[in-house]
Design a protein around this ligand. Structure first.
Ligand code: SF4
Length: 186
């Protein structure tokens, strides 16, 4: 039997992906994207008390071209949405997004015309972090959840990302608007 026949298909590629993931997760650099009160907690995560530099992440980059993680921390206004998308598009692949806090994930208490009801309408989100605001410890936990994704998941291509985004957008458009949700009061 030849060596090719003994080697299960995809083993070498999978191992390489995991090896690359191990390297990638140890040097994730976030882009500066503070939008509202949640950003104060994000900034606190970089202080000596919480010490995000333990994870190789203390370099919050001012340019999206130098970053591969976007932490959307705070409510996203419709006016800000295209700027966030521009910054996301400028980040090199592979890249990841954490939606930090209730406002970034769902609009939070701001159920009105000025605020995007979830930043996943603008950028694809990898990890949602609940809370108002989430504490720095919670952000660190979200980063560790993201680490698992970076380490063990094969990065998806731009085409696959677009397909996932299209499906998510279609599902969001077909869902009942939050302004029409009455819950137990209906
Ligand atoms: S979730 Fe709370 S703390 Fe965060 S931006 Fe919204 S209102 Fe502010």
């Amino acid at each position: 039997m030849s060596f090719d026949n003994e080697l299960p298909a995809g083993v070498a590629l999978t191992s390489l992906d995991k090896f690359m993931g191990l390297n990638r997760k140890a040097s994730v650099w976030p882009v500066t994207m503070g939008l509202a009160c949640c950003a104060i907690e994000m900034m606190a995560t970089g202080t000596p008390r919480f010490d995000i530099s333990r994870f190789g992440m203390e370099v919050f980059r001012a340019s999206p071209r130098h970053a591969d993680l976007m932490i959307v921390s705070g409510r996203v206004s419709w006016k800000m949405a295209p700027i966030i998308r521009n910054a996301y598009d400028a980040m090199p692949e592979p890249k990841w997004v954490i939606s930090m806090g209730a406002c970034a994930s769902s609009g939070g208490v701001f159920n009105n015309y000025a605020v995007v009801q979830g930043c996943d309408h603008v950028v694809p989100v990898d990890v949602y972090l609940p809370g108002c605001p989430p504490r720095p410890e919670a952000l660190i936990h979200a980063i560790m959840v993201l680490w698992d994704q970076i380490h063990y998941r094969t990065p998806i291509t731009q085409k696959e990302r677009l397909e996932i985004a299209r499906k998510a957008e279609k599902a969001a458009l077909e869902a009942t608007p939050t302004s029409q949700m009455k819950g137990l009061l209906a």
